[in-house]
Design a protein around this ligand. Sequence first.
Ligand code: KG4
Ligand code: ZN
Length: 336
Amino acid sequence: EKEIKILAIESSCDETAAAVVVNGRDLRSNVISSQIDLHTLYGGVVPEIASRKHIEKINQVIEQALKEADMTLDDIDAIGVTYGPGLIGALLVGVAEAKALAYARNLPLVPVHHIEGHISANYIENPDLEPPFLCLVVSGGHTHLVRVLDYGKYEILGRTRDDAAGEAFDKVARAIGLGYPGGPKIEKVSHEGNPDAIAFPRAKVGDDVYDFSFSGLKSAVLNYLNGCRMKGIEIVQADVAASFQKAVTDVLVDHAMHAVEEYHADKFAIAGGVASNGVIRAAIEEACKARGVKFYRPSPILCTDNAAMIGAAAYYDFLAGKRAGMDLNAVANLKL
Ligand code: KG4
Ligand code: ZN
């Protein structure tokens, strides 16, 4: 069987990343240049700064990925690239770079959906994982409960009606003075807090059992903080963090297990930046175990944005014959 070596590129938000993946699962290199320190100064991602930084870094990151894989462009069989969803200016840097490489080297160009990438991160460390399975994608921009019917074939069961889970982490972190990025900081301080200290709401969205809503929870936290300040009650940062994290966890587990039961799933995977949260991972794992469901999760470094996951997704898209031409454009609000 011929090996398909894919050079993958990801630049949809604030990570400039390149990776070499062989046959979708064998990770040869995974280079990530994070801009987090830069955006921390502003309390969040500044799109214009992200685009400029991608331009500065992208060639270096690609060279490094090839070098660490002990390859040159001569060894590469195809180029995979994220073309959406994401920040348009940031996406365009990766797409332009991928097109240039594909054109110059006469290589097939495989366009990859960012969420499909997150889901596919699970293939890298789990050689036994094959569709069908259920996947909960929780990131800074997305909260999707997905049925993975086959490679490249998805049915979205539910999505957030307002804020994404990671967005809620980031906003609550800012409100309690933790700064950006919120997820890892909330997780860290929550270890010293009591998750049952404050009863924040677990939102249900109408009859649509699989949809999520996190803006109500965020507002509840803000109201709680205001109430404390007005009444002169001390705010225990760790308790707020732990209680908020517990509320998010409960909702995610509830939706996930509802789907497991309805679809009689025997495999459940998580993905996206929020899936690197230890408390959330453990809770979903435990709920899966109790039901005899096999649980999959990428290593934390493959949960947050990276190009390895794009290389994994690109391989299956490549096998399915998916190709882009030189007219490939970035699509900020690309649908799965
Ligand atoms: O997948 P990702 O890197 O980028 C998007 O595609 O959005 O996800 C970033 C999000 C941020 O909102 C960040 O706060 C959140 O993932 N995140 C976490 C943790 N690490 C990152 N949320 C909760 N706990 C964490 N440990
Ligand atoms: Zn992402």
